[in-house]
Write a protein that binds this ligand. Sequence first.
Ligand SMILES: C[S@@+](CC[C@H](N)C(=O)[O-])C[C@H]1O[C@@H](n2cnc3c(N)ncnc32)[C@H](O)[C@@H]1O
Length: 284
Amino acid sequence: MKNVLGKNIARLRKEKKLTQEALAAQLRVSFQAISKWETGQSYPDIELLPQITDILETNIDALLGHVPGDAQKTIYHNLYEQEAFYWGLQPSELCYEVLKRYPPNGHVRLLEVGCGEGRDALFFARNGYEVTAFDIAQAGVDKVRWLSDKFNIYIRAFRADMMEYRLEEDYDIVYSSRSLHHIRQELRSEVMEDYKAHTREQGIHALNVYVDKPFIAPSPEYDEFAFLWTSGELFSYYADWQLEQINEEIYPCTSSGVPHHHAINTLLARKPGKRQGEMQKEGL
Ligand SMILES: C[S@@+](CC[C@H](N)C(=O)[O-])C[C@H]1O[C@@H](n2cnc3c(N)ncnc32)[C@H](O)[C@@H]1O
């Protein structure tokens, strides 16, 4: 979790419209110190953390990207604690699109955001992708690790909150199925920019999100930390990428045992540029 602290300081400072100089003045440090924290060249003195969290109106856990054990940010933790797999082990349809559009030739690094109990991460790892996956529900992450052991494959799985966690490494594929509605609207632009910036050239994003439709009743699993997207909102973040597939559909669902419907927007988009292998061939 290298430099999560620095990235969070930078993000929250900008949200509060504070310059590095203004934050430095309040903390009685130099603005160069702030710049070094934000770029990961140094860390703030531990004694400054309470003051930093007061000014940035956050808490130390959030600043460090740590999800405390008692955080009740999802209804899924309890569901995943049952022995059965709540979402089953059948991969989502979107996985097959990824396989078609970016097959795992060579080392293809895939990040899954909001992986739940790991059905899609399992599919990708078994097909030869190098998978990193995170979810806020510890019980889900435990199941992903259990699947890793059972199928003798490696999935790097960890617990993180997508609203706080920012990427530190680059990926070929960023994948998320039915999870990004857990990002509050005001954070989405920044989170999507972070995911885009940490994607290699010619890499893809395969994402779907629940969207709000006035004629669809709230899901029985609806929780207070779920924030539906508006129709088309997801696509709007990808004007500078090549859109390979975008669509909206309404599908029936029986999770939780209560029949209901979801409206969902799906996007497959490719980052412009040259893939690493091509650059090597051209001696770049
Ligand atoms: C509808 S489930 C989908 C799970 C998985 N993608 C699948 O299709 O099986 C939404 C997932 O988002 C996770 N989640 C909710 N809030 C989150 C957050 N703030 N950060 C990371 N994951 C979160 C939940 O724990 C849950 O596993």
